[in-house]
Write a protein that binds this ligand. Structure first.
Ligand SMILES: Cc1cc2nc3c(=O)[nH]c(=O)nc-3n(C[C@H](O)[C@H](O)[C@H](O)COP(=O)(O)OP(=O)(O)OC[C@H]3O[C@@H](n4cnc5c(N)ncnc54)[C@H](O)[C@@H]3O)c2cc1C
Length: 501
């Protein structure tokens, strides 16, 4: 931390300082101004304006709208069972969730955008992830703001553009300015236009810098997983987590029983860190996935997107095995190649922020070598660097299961048992990909950052995915709504505080 005594002069001054411009940061700014319209609000964002929005922008834009707060509280308690969060936090969160929808609708209306029920890219009204834990009692529906992709982000960005909020882009925060004894926070050190600059925050600071999806070492240290690739922004490298650790915060939820947001099948282009998400909705099923030992390893066509890539094994929801059985290849035939675009185009950073495409017939990705092609399975195996006899045996066994209409090994639904029989044949690497990380500083429902002794660090707040309260299983739409609730709490509390200056 930098001490107040080390600051010779201030480069910027504000009342409310927000670090990170995703949904949590945006909501902190909106609520701060709603609480005190005369407050000065400054956001520092690491990325340039064209790449702002963090994982909020890359996300599926699904918002969880709940029914009865008691049912939501009960559902969340069960999802957090292996690592409980305080009951009063669950209680306040569920109450606030049940009042949230009109506020989101107002934000959409202010931006001139359309708020709808459903996901916007499927015909599902609601995603009920863990029914036996009470999903259908708790979840009223999924909601989103159009357009797809990135409608929620675009609406909240417009809300910020319409307010007197100053945003410094390309300004990563590097440290907090703090009293070394009381830990009271007075501002932050940032890098602005190549220079270390000091920002005075008269009322308080909120750290809303997202997770550490794009930091491989933190993934190893905190998740115990390697390699994992982000489906979201390359800007989320755990900077806030490091800062809060240094600031004297207690950390929580870094390692859950599983990866809360799940480990998804990613498609990686050579030279790019962030990956595409593989198609979720198939027009044909003549494809399988094989692990390092050239064998199939799970039920590939189960609708795992509905449980954030968790499978139920012996009564427990656990991550699919992708991370443990690399390298994984997907093998498919000409029918699947022509009938499906291999990548999801409704979201992810590559689609929503980079404006990258994936060709509908996958021809461009064959041409650039991302997809391997061969006239026989044996030749395809050689191109993958695998044992041809072993791969042929796996494909033969799968094709026999198709002929019998029964997948004795992994229980694929009979409708999805379509043989890999139409040459040419194709293969693509499937890499383990994450939508989010969990964990950060322990906080309370007011978004105050807590020390190991449970005391709030004066004038320091945390919001959004960083330090999320979701400690194990995760219901679709909860991360975005948590970013809203925790961001608003931080903005409101900072705006109400008296200036230290
Ligand atoms: C592919 C994908 C799909 C998802 N789908 C859903 C969904 O449908 N529903 C749902 O609820 N959740 C979903 N999530 C999760 C959800 O998007 C995130 O949890 C949520 O957006 C987090 O919001 P945030 O404001 O905390 O962080 P972010 O939106 O990630 O914003 C953090 C910001 O901080 C900036 N930053 C980082 N370091 C610094 C620094 N040092 N200084 C200044 N700025 C910094 C980043 O550049 C970024 O702009 C998805 C995520 C992904 C990636």
């Amino acid at each position: 931390m930098a001490s107040l005594a080390s600051i010779k002069s201030w480069d910027f001054e504000t009342d409310v300082l927000i670090l990170g411009f995703g949904l949590a940061g945006a909501c902190a700014a909106i609520e701060a101004l709603a609480t005190d319209p005369s407050a000065q609000v400054l956001i520092c964002e690491k990325m340039p304006e064209r790449y702002a929005g963090g994982n909020t922008r890359a996300s599926g834009q699904s918002l969880l709208i709940n029914k009865d707060p008691e049912a939501l509280k009960d559902y969340q308690r069960r999802m957090n069972q292996s690592n409980p969060v305080p009951e009063e936090m669950l209680d306040a969160w569920a109450q606030q969730m049940s009042r949230l929808e009109p506020w989101i609708q107002e934000r959409a209306a202010e931006a001139g955008a359309r708020y709808i029920h459903g996901t916007g890219f499927t015909d599902r009204e609601a995603v009920l992830e863990f029914p036996e834990m009470g999903a259908s009692e708790a979840v009223a529906h999924t909601a989103t703001i159009l357009p797809i992709p990135a409608g929620v982000w675009l609406a909240f960005k417009t809300n910020i553009d319409r307010r007197p909020v100053r945003v410094l882009y390309e300004t990563p925060v590097i440290d907090l300015i703090q009293d070394p004894d009381s830990l009271e926070v007075f501002g932050a050190m940032v890098e602005h236009q190549g220079k270390r600059s000091a920002i005075k925050a008269r009322r308080g600071v909120v750290v809303a810098t997202g997770g550490y999806e794009a930091d491989a070492q933190m993934q190893r240290d905190y998740c115990g997983y390697e390699p994992l690739y982000p489906l979201g922004t390359p800007g989320n490298t755990g900077d806030g987590l490091r800062m809060l650790q240094k600031a004297g915060a207690e950390l929580w939820h870094l390692r859950n029983r599983g990866q809360s947001g799940g480990i998804w099948p990613g498609l990686k282009l050579e030279g790019r860190q962030t990956v595409y998400l593989r198609q979720l909705f198939w027009q044909s099923f003549s494809w399988i996935e094989i692990a390092a030992d050239h064998q199939r390893f799970y039920n590939e066509t189960a609708e795992l997107q509905l449980t954030h890539y968790k499978e139920k094994v012996r009564g427990h929801w656990v991550d699919t095995p992708h991370i443990h059985v690399q390298p994984v290849h997907m093998i498919f035939d000409e029918t699947t190649r022509t009938m499906n675009c291999l990548a999801t185009k409704a979201f992810t950073w590559n689609i929503a922020a980079e404006g990258l495409d994936w060709s509908d017939d996958n021809a461009a990705e064959i041409a650039n070598g991302t997809i391997l092609k061969a006239d026989s399975i044996a030749e395809l195996a050689k191109r993958m660097g695998r044992d041809p006899a072993a791969v042929m045996a796996t494909v033969d066994e799968y094709n026999k299961a198709c002929a019998q209409g029964q997948d004795a090994r992994h229980g694929r639904h009979p409708i999805t048992l379509q043989p890999i029989a139409q040459p040419p044949y194709y293969a693509i690497r499937i890499v383990p990909a994450v939508v989010c990380t969990s964990g950060g500083a322990r906080r309370n429902i007011e978004s105050e950052v807590l020390t190991p002794a449970g005391a709030a660090i004066p004038r320091l707040y945390e919001a959004g995915e960083l330090g999320s309260m979701f400690s194990d299983l995760y219901q679709n739409g909860s991360y975005l709504t948590e970013a809203i609730i925790s961001g608003r709490a931080a903005g409101r509390n900072i705006a109400r505080a008296k200036s230290w200056d």
